[in-house]
Design a protein around this ligand. Structure first.
Ligand code: CAA
Length: 394
């Protein structure tokens, strides 16, 4: 039974993702995490199911699914393996959406089919060592050279940037003499074969260890002119617009991580005996499970309501941020409770809940920290109130 009014297609995609994830991902998730091993086979399997092209129209070899189907699938994948979910989320929500929404027809025809088929994995390079939350302060510089652009700089926190065939990169196209702030940034389609492109540092992380996070160094990297996406100077707007999608994806990932922790806790509460009874018979544990289940359902409902509005073409930046904020803080809270339910066994690697807790943490950080989501929500709420005489019915 689902609280969400699922269409037949949505229920079918959810089932397909769940069957695949439980069969293929669950058995290897722990080992991949311990070895910090990115699994290409996993990407190939998900590509064979069409999951690398879930939001890409069929005319470009994608599945052309609606946002809700995509997010249902992401949740199922995240229940099994949060690293598989972030791979899917970044690929589907950011680079492919940017090319689909802001790219030219020639760019869509060239790049979307191989991305949809999973022949190329897509990554997103916005942040830099000195430009995280303040994305507009990025420094990577793009300079015109005939028909080409020359890019110099360092991009940071790029999820699977060392595995990607296409990286959507934001760089400055204004000049040091005439800085234009958020209007001085453009978007480029990079590929690892470009001269001057190199992957440098690979981060050693607390969680999501099977998903590599790298820096990319651009050293006089020559980029052909036809790799510029959309208009010069609109790159930050494109990136932030795409992050609306991305934040829904991360919210779905967080719901999945939280659900994995709840499911493990329910199982354990039935098995573990103390004081002569299964611990699940004690209200102390039951109340935890009740709060975990309630918060997860609330997060999923907010997420799918926001996604349905986005699917209808409404501008729902505020709700994307609310969904991300609430779902990711839910994931952190629920996984922490799960470790508590397990007691000492929650703190060691015999069970999965310590991994879920480590994996949950980054969802409150990447694609905009909780603090940034609150800034976005506050700004938009104040603007909505000002436009409607203080009336905020929803
Ligand atoms: N949709 C479309 N356009 C948007 C938008 C949205 N959601 N949000 C902002 N814009 C537009 C604005 O209208 C503005 O356009 P104009 O210049 O034409 O007016 C432009 O984008 C700049 O916006 P702001 O003026 O609001 O910019 P700001 O400097 O005040 O910053 C911010 C706003 C909310 C702090 C923003 O910088 C932000 O979200 N920061 C967090 C960045 C982030 O999420 N980084 C994560 C990177 S990805 C990652 O984590 C790694 C990975 O691999 C997954």
């Amino acid at each position: 039974m689902s609280l969400l009014p699922l269409t037949e297609t949505q229920a079918e995609i959810q089932r397909l993702a769940r069957d695949y994830a439980q069969r293929e991902l669950v058995p290897l998730a722990g080992e991949r995490d311990r070895a910090s091993r990115f699994d290409r086979v996993m990407v190939e399997q998900m590509a064979a199911l069409g999951f690398l092209g879930m939001l890409i129209p069929e005319s470009y070899d994608g599945l052309g699914l609606d946002a809700n189907s995509y997010l249902l699938a992401l949740e199922e994948i995240a229940v099994a393996d949060a690293t598989a979910a972030v791979t899917l989320s970044v690929h589907n929500s950011l680079p492919t959406q940017m090319i689909l929404t802001y790219g030219s027809e020639a760019q869509r025809t060239r790049w979307l089919p191989p991305l949809a088929r999973g022949e190329l994995l897509g990554a997103f390079a916005l942040s830099e060592p000195e430009a995280g939350s303040d994305a507009a302060s990025l420094r990577a510089q793009a300079t015109r050279d005939g028909d080409d652009w020359i890019l110099d700089g360092t991009k940071a926190w790029v999820s699977h940037g060392n595995e990607a065939g296409v990286i959507l990169c934001m760089a400055r196209t204004d000049t040091p003499e005439n800085r234009r702030g958020s209007k001085g940034i453009s978007t480029f389609i990079l590929t690892p074969d470009l001269p001057g492109f190199a992957v440098s540092k690979k981060e050693a992380k607390m969680g999501l260890r099977a998903s590599p996070t790298v820096q990319i160094v651009l050293d006089r990297c020559r980029v052909p002119g036809d790799r510029l996406v959309g208009e010069v100077g609109r790159g930050l707007t494109y990136a932030l617009g795409s992050l609306d999608h991305g934040r829904l994806g991360i919210a779905a990932q967080a719901v999945g991580i939280a659900r994995a922790a709840l499911e493990a806790s329910v199982r354990y509460a039935g098995e573990r005996k103390q004081f002569g009874r299964a611990i699940g018979e004690f209200q102390a544990i039951q109340f935890k499970l009740a709060d975990m289940a309630t918060r997860i359902t609330a997060a999923r409902t907010l997420l799918h309501t926001a996604a349905a509005a986005k699917q209808r073409g409404e501008k729902v930046t505020r709700y994307c941020s609310m969904a991300k904020l609430f779902a990711t803080e839910t994931a952190m809270w629920v996984t922490t409770q799960a470790v508590q339910v397990f007691g000492g066994y929650g703190y060691v690697t015999d069970y999965s809940v310590e991994r879920h807790m480590r994996d949950a943490k980054v969802t409150e950080i990447y694609e905009g920290t909780s603090e940034i989501q609150r800034i976005v929500i506050a700004r938009e709420t104040l603007a909505a109130a000002a436009a409607a005489d203080g009336c905020l019915p929803d």
